[in-house]
Design a protein around this ligand. Structure first.
Ligand code: DGJ
Length: 737
């Protein structure tokens, strides 16, 4: 299938597959954006600049013909700077030869190749064996400076997605200081649009925010050194009428785990510019003569089928083209983690007892969390000292892994490699390995400092220590944690002019380390974590196929967290555990059903002290695990539909539908209980209209009835759902008549 075409006049590029079109033209060496959205057969518009003489205050391009065009008024693919476009620039540079900042990038050449062009050192989307993609590379040149910028556009045959990034190449003699370089800039014609983004905080990640886009600029960003709990690197542009079920959605997701920036600018002609890239507040890069620099990728996905349609496309894309682990389509194990059971106060005997209890419930993987290494008895010490604490674990990790194996479970381990505690042998030996500027001290967070991952010797130390531990016992899972954000971001071994490169260099260092370790241990299941979901992004998912969604394990707060997360990230990436009641984060009491049903809506785990749980609860857990194992293919890899939003009302519902639409699971959660509740109906989605389905309680109905008429969500069969935050988790199956 041909995915990228050039018209007869050789000036219009059209990227299209079955679903989408992306069109732009080369006019007087400028790249003029024409369209991105639902597929169009052929673009025949030609030279259709909008009215050019908007105002003489915006200068015209110095064209030779009569056409007067101001870059301030046209839709562009790559807006330069200091050249008469007063909107946000895609690039800001200082040409060191003379200090000039005005860019003049003009079309130079293009190439179309099969497949993806990976960015060295950065996670990139890739072709699945079954997929096919084409990449268009457009090279723009600033002739006076001898600097090239290449824009990359990859279109995949199996997804309504275009992937963008760019590269800058310094072919001149002098160095160039890059102060800003976006991965993509996209202009939309004037329209009324709304913005959706995922904002949050620790223990309250990815809350859905929806707002009208007014004139002016809005910036969504992180400068914490990580993608952050606070602002996920994602946004969507939707119509005011877009719902979960219908309407247009343009989603933008950044494949990056560090400081990011999304600029949403509505100009004075009501045109909209969206830019996504590394946060330029904490970035600059000195590009020496002969050097090149690649930006991370942006995934741009369009759906005409509402937010559910968008998420389903995104989930497929992430599973197929981003997650590279061998676990990408494999069933994920039901795990038990000792963190909320023991915190760091454990010994070998306690861990053995927890393992035994877990095994009785049907747990498949036991994860030993923080506290097994160095002198780590509380959060003031030990980080960096990656050797086993034999006072706590006299038989070492090997002993524990064997104990687990004998109980028919595999064994996994927690690490926090990027950090060092001031009370550690590593810090005593290498105080210079910490990011900081000597004369200004260091700000601790959770009593720890950040190792300088821009240094090769630091990365080598981490690689060697982790490799030794992973070789020392039968370890099949790693939880990679990161429990603070950056401050005093200064790397001693880098020159003065490179200090604003540190945040990005850190992320490149992290990616190099992850590449080495995940390649060395391809059969280990890696789960990333940053105090819960502080680094839930596509960069981390490229290396590690699942993420601990949040440190907040209260099922009620989890409704919003998991609902928001599902907008972008597949269910197979979301760790979710049953924990104790009252909950350790907010003290709320909930039933074992509510806790189980919410956790079963992701990658199920248990994280509570099973030695203090009564038999009834254990029996309920055993049943949950049985049910989950039976249906995990449907939950982890089925098609996910959000039905009722916890951001819009009391009730929450979502469902999982099998690819053949013959099976489904419906999750429902009531809000606060009422003796006289409103009798709202829940309408299902994604089923076959003419198929009869039977619920696990024996009630049967046709798909058309379940989807169009719906049913009272507060009852399950003839049984009422009672109590605050009561839930149901119902399985239904197609009936052959
Ligand atoms: C933060 C994580 O999110 C928790 O699950 C736990 O691993 C702790 N860190 C351990 O310090």
């Amino acid at each position: 299938m041909t995915l990228i075409t050039l018209n007869d006049k050789k000036n219009v590029f059209h990227l299209s597959n079955q679903w989408v079109s992306y069109v732009f033209s080369v006019e007087d060496k400028q790249l003029i954006h024409k369209y991105f959205g639902k597929k169009i057969h052929t673009y025949s518009g030609g030279m259709d600049y909008p009215e050019k003489t908007r105002s003489s205050f915006s200068p015209d391009l110095p064209f030779e013909d009569e056409l007067k065009v101001s870059l301030d008024a046209v839709l562009q693919e790559f807006p330069g700077s200091n050249q008469g476009d007063y909107r946000s620039s895609g690039i800001e540079v200082v040409f060191d030869a003379h200090g000039n900042t005005n860019t003049k990038f003009e079309y130079e050449s293009h190439s179309i190749t099969k497949g993806v062009i990976p960015s060295p050192g950065l996670p990139s989307s890739f072709d699945a064996e079954k997929g096919e993609s084409e990449t268009l590379a457009i090279t723009l040149r600033d002739e006076a400076e001898q600097v090239d910028v290449t824009l990359y556009y990859t279109i995949f045959e199996d997804s309504p997605t275009i992937v963008r990034k760019c590269r800058i190449n310094n072919k001149g003699q002098a160095s160039v200081k890059i102060d800003k370089l976006v991965s993509m800039s996209l202009d939309f014609p004037a329209a009324t649009n709304e913005l959706i983004h995922l904002s949050g905080s620790w223990a309250q990640e990815r809350q859905v925010v929806r707002e009208k886009i007014n004139r002016g600029i809005k910036v969504l960003r992180s400068k914490r050194g990580s993608s952050s709990h606070n602002q996920n690197p994602f946004c969507a542009i939707v119509q005011p009428t877009t719902t979960e079920e219908s309407g247009e959605v343009y989603g933008f997701s950044f494949v990056y785990s560090g400081d990011h920036e999304t600029i949403i600018e509505k100009d004075s002609f009501d045109q909209l510019r969206i830019q996504m890239g590394i946060n330029h507040e904490t970035f600059s890069w000195v590009l020496e003569s002969g050097d090149e620099f690649y930006t991370p990728e942006v995934i741009m996905t369009f759906s005409p089928n509402g937010l559910n349609g968008f998420s389903q496309e995104m989930h497929d894309f992430v599973t197929t083209h981003i997650v590279k682990s061998s676990y990408k389509e494999k069933h994920r194990p039901v795990l038990m983690n000792n963190w909320e059971a023991t915190y760091m106060a454990f010994d070998e005997e306690t861990i053995h007892s927890l393992m035994e209890e877990g095994a009785k419930l049907g747990v498949e993987l036991f994860v030993l969390d923080d506290g097994w290494f160095g002198k780590r008895n509380d959060d003031t010490g030990g980080l960096g000292d990656w050797w086993v604490n034999e006072t706590k674990l006299p038989n070492g990790l090997k002993g524990l892994a064997t104990y687990a194996k004998n109980l028919n479970m595999s064994f996994g381990l927690w690490f926090e490699p990027e950090m060092v505690s001031p009370k550690s042998d590593l810090y005593k030996k290498h105080p210079d390995w910490v990011l900081h500027y000597e004369k200004k001290g260091m700000s601790p967070a959770r009593n720890q400092y950040m190792l300088d991952l821009t240094r090769q010797d630091v990365r080598d130390y981490l690689y060697t220590s982790i490799e030794a531990i992973l070789m020392s016992a039968d370890i099949s899972y790693v939880k990679w944690d990161m429990n603070r954000n950056f401050s005093e971001t200064y790397a001693k071994q880098l020159s003065t002019s490179k200090q604003k490169e540190v945040s990005h260099r850190y992320v490149l260092g992290l990616y190099e380390l992850l590449e080495r370790l995940t390649t060395r241990f391809p059969d280990i299941l890696f789960e990333s974590c940053s105090g819960g979901g502080g680094r839930f992004d596509l960069g981390m998912l490229y290396y590690m196929p699942q993420t601990w969604t949040s440190d907040n394990t209260d099922p009620v707060e989890r409704l919003r967290i998991q609902y928001g997360t599902s907008l972008v990230y597949p269910i197979s990436t979301m760790g979710s555990h049953v924990s104790a009641s009252p909950n350790h984060q907010n003290g709320r009491m909930t039933s074992i059903d509510t806790r189980g049903h919410v956790a079963m809506s992701g990658l199920l785990g248990y994280e509570l002290d099973l030695l203090r749980i009564d038999e009834d609860e254990k029996e309920a857990m055993r049943k949950q695990i049985d049910f989950y194992k039976k249906h995990r293919d449907l939950i982890q890899y089925g098609t996910f539909y959000r039905l009722l939003s916890p951001f819009e009302g009391d009730q929450t519902a979502w469902m999982f539908v099998s690819k053949d639409k013959q099976e489904a699971i419906v999750f429902y959660c009531n809000g606060l209980a009422s003796a006289a509740p409103s009798l709202k109906k829940l309408k299902l989605q994604g089923l076959l209209e003419n198929q009869k389905y039977v619920f696990d309680n024996g009630v049967s109905s046709y798909g058309s009835e379940l989807m169009n008429m719906g049913f009272y969500s507060l009852t399950k069969g003839h049984q009422d759902i009672l109590g605050d935050f009561a839930t149901s988790f119902s399985y239904l199956k197609g009936l052959s008549e």
